[in-house]
Design a binder for this molecule. Sequence first.
Ligand code: ADP
Ligand code: MG
Length: 442
Amino acid sequence: MLICKDQEIWAQFIDYIQKRISETEYKNWFSQINVIESNNDCTTLEVPNIFVQEYILDNYRKDLLVFFPANKDGELSINFTIKEEQKKRIKSPILPQAALDKDECNFNPLYTFENYIEGPSNQFVKSAAFGVAQNPGKSFNPLFIHGGVGLGKTHLLHSIGNFIRTNYKKSNIKIITTEAFINDLVFNLRNKSVDKMKRYYRNLDVLIVDDIQFLQDRVNFEEEFCNTFESLINQTKQIVIASDKPPGQLKLSQRLVARMEWGLVAHIGIPDLETRVAILQQKSTEKKFAIPNDVAFFIAERIYNNIRQLEGAINRLAAFSQLSNSEINIEMTQNILQEMLFFTPQKRVSVDSILKAVASAFEIKISDLKGECRLKNIAQARQVAMYLSKELISDSLQKIASSFGGKTHSTLLHAWKKISSELEKNQTLFRQIEIIKKNIES
Ligand code: ADP
Ligand code: MG
């Protein structure tokens, strides 16, 4: 015989849980449960099928324990019984929609190659991305794009997606953030549908993954990702990955790092002044806001390491100009953007200033840095100077290399790679370079 109190407790529990879960979850898991029996130390719940019983025990045990008694072993004292008419035709409940059942390709239509402004800092990575989009699976695979926040990684990923969508209509393509991949996996583990998920991912033609750095310290997920990755690469399906660091600096297994380095690793650097001005002008045009040239330069000199901030500046100015119905000038810009602007314009670092700082740190002559001498100390100093020049100056590699006594861009690239990988294991060199950087800037 049902004790009224248990109905009340169940009602209280439902009230509590409804506030904590989505409507779909509630409908799927709780709406068809009834309290049918109770004695002093046990409550019996009637559930539509065994799946619901297992699911709520797996997922809501702690919540149930708040309302229903535990037995001597601390276990929940709830019995389950399956609804009579359902017993014969057990079927799985309507599961909440997993991410992979939703529209796969929500590419941002505003992120295209056409409106991606090129400059020395991103020319290489843009042409690599374009190459991949033109020939998925056949040029660089995987393509690994890395660079700081707000420098256009996501924009490039979506450009690849939009291009493939338009030009390879039948291609099975998915863009996903690493967080969404993890959520997908959690969802499918919970619903015992991991095989379905695996099949889904392994049947893609193009997989684009954003912000892979979020896979760090997620060992279980990393393994599944690595398997998916290998399976796609083995079938020459295209993979594109974006990250805030190069593969070697990510805290991921050697196996995955090695896989990510297989193809092409391309870096997006900080855009130079002219590129920043061009970006400002383009974003203003998109907003139908006419930005005076001097204002564009004024902003680009003071916001230099994040394009998202440049866009934020344009949004504010455009809104102000519209509301006040007035033309923007430098004085107004300074007031409106006060807290966004760096007070001193970024000092332009030159190869000469880098050579000077490196020569003094290594106690050698500038002419040695530009020369051909292969003595270990001099060769390393030269490579450090080349590394710093590539990192800090956004001119073309060719132009920078020629300032080192007419060297080629591949020598410069080789030096940059060598020092980059050395930095991962050599703390002394890391500190030395940090000190040199400070000396260049001061
Ligand atoms: P990230 O993913 O590297 O953090 P995003 O791709 O989100 O950066 O870029 C931030 C904003 O800057 C976006 O609105 C993007 O359109 C814009 N942006 C970045 N680089 C460029 C570029 N080269 N040309 C035009 N817009 C750019
Ligand atoms: Mg991004």
